[in-house]
Design a protein around this ligand. Structure first.
Ligand code: KIV
Ligand code: NA
Length: 265
């Protein structure tokens, strides 16, 4: 197998091959995920919650993400490494560029940022400077104070239309991938059909071009937070960490995960 590249992601969508993504925060797990054929590995700012024990992703810094990116990068040989721009690191284009350079120099192949609106300018600024960008819409955990909690987004017709418009905008701004979090299945399906870049769902139904889960969640660890509907424990069926990764990858590629019980109607 060849290492993943950014152009290969769009080809996978065109050929109808599902993309399998997991979060990861260290080299040991990275080696296991890579060997199991996980396509995309995300150093998410979820590390604030699952590694650092915080109540939200807001305390995570660029230095934190860069440290974990360097650890994970040493464990990968095939997977494409995506790293989150943490809270406010993407507040303006120059700040986002400085943070992205640090993450790429630590080993990331792409950076991810939340939202549209004024973030469209940030996406364009990074892409024009040769930094691949993954967008993230729907439930954006860095918006937790405004949202008042972690809630499903795009439920009514107006909110769904707005989300669809934002998805078109991030693609037009140059994003190479789009994570959709906690979005009703039909809305995520419509967005997936609208775009030529792949969509990666988490709580966004089976019709996205790929899926992502937080590693700790899919290994059944108790996060100390309420377990969202879309989480499935693959360690139970996989029998080992490597087995859980293989079971998850197979279930995504065969369209068995997520099912209705792990999606929002
Ligand atoms: O930080 C993270 O783990 C994420 C995924 C849930 C998409 O952004
Ligand atoms: Na994140």
């Amino acid at each position: 197998d060849k290492p993943w590249t950014v152009p290969a992601l769009r080809e996978a969508k065109q050929e109808g091959r599902k993309l399998v993504m997991l979060t990861c925060y260290d080299a040991g797990f990275a080696r296991t995920l890579d060997s199991a054929g996980i396509d995309l590995v995300l150093v998410g700012d979820s590390l604030g919650m699952v590694v650092q024990g915080c109540d939200s992703t807001l305390p995570v810094t660029v230095e934190d993400i860069a440290y974990h990116t360097a650890c994970v990068a040493r464990g990968l040989s095939q997977a494409l490494l995506v790293s989150d721009l943490p809270f406010a690191a993407d507040a303006d284009p120059q700040r986002a560029l400085d943070a992205s350079v640090a993450l790429l120099q630590a080993g990331a192949g792409m950076v991810k940022l939340e939202g549209a609106g004024h973030k469209l300018e940030v996406i364009r600024y990074l892409v024009e400077r040769e930094i691949p960008v993954c967008a993230h819409l729907g439930l954006t955990p860095q918006s937790v104070l405004r949202l008042g909690g972690f809630k499903v987004q795009g439920r009514d017709e107006a909110a769904a239309a707005h989300l669809r418009e934002q998805a078109r905008e991030v693609e037009a701004a140059g994003a190479s991938l789009l994570v959709l979090e906690c979005v009703p299945t039909a809305v995520a399906a419509a967005i997936t059909a609208d775009l030529s870049i792949p969509t990666i769902g988490i709580g966004a139904g089976p019709e996205c071009d790929g899926q992502v889960l937080v590693l700790h969640d899919m290994l059944g660890l108790d996060s100390g937070h309420r377990r969202p509907r879309f989480v499935k424990d693959f360690l139970a069926e996989g029998g080992s960490v490597a087995g859980a990764c293989l079971a998850y990858a197979d279930a995504v590629r065969e369209g068995r995960f997520p099912d209705a019980a792990h999606s929002y109607a």
